[in-house]
Write a protein that binds this ligand. Sequence first.
Ligand code: ZN
Length: 253
Amino acid sequence: MQHDLSRFTYGAYQSLLRQLQQRDYVFVDFPAAPRMLQDGARFVLMRHDIDMDLAKARRMAEIEAENHVVATYFFLVRSDHYNVFSEEGTGEVRRILNLGHRLALHFDCAAYPEASISELADACRVECEMLERWFGQSVDIVSYHRPSPLVLTGDARLSHPRPHSYLPLFTKDMHYCSDSRGMWRYGDPLRQAAFRENRPMHLLTHPIWWNDQPVDPRACLDQFLARRALALQTSLAKNCVVYENPNVMQKSA
Ligand SMILES: [Zn+2]
């Protein structure tokens, strides 16, 4: 299938936000959803699962703040792609939170092979508490990274005592729409019946796929890798004189 890359630019994202606002949708956080549903309100849960790139997450956060939109950012704690506890990572997450957005946990169950449901819930709790302690904001919701068939059952015990984003409340009681590798998995959210009928929507994006100009998904990953390599080189040079000056290595060899 041909990717419609024009939809994955920051300009397109801003346009999506504005069209939702023009239709009088309000942007709320996850704890507000049950009450909003009960009241029959017209609302959006704007969710971002941060799999790779904190800088791109912060860029989305800035666009939202400029448009008076509140979103929820789900961060991994045990990823090889970024570190929310590093100086650089903490700075990016704090910038996102200072713009008024909400902190949440993106949980990778693959980091806990063979874990039972209660062991996964225990691990979720520990990771949530790490984020809460470090950033000083409560974590009220969890999303699972690359959900297994077990997670997709929506079992509430998986993240007990906090709710998770695969609960029927968030996937069945409202319209759920996700981007995936550079395309909206079920089509453009604004062309769907839920939008035409003003029904509540749960929109998930992965900021890695979004750019100033249309970029092929593979190129998005290559660009990310180049940025990370440069950051790692800078860090190595700061921490290791041998790396800073290759001649030192030759002389001592
Ligand atoms: Zn993920």
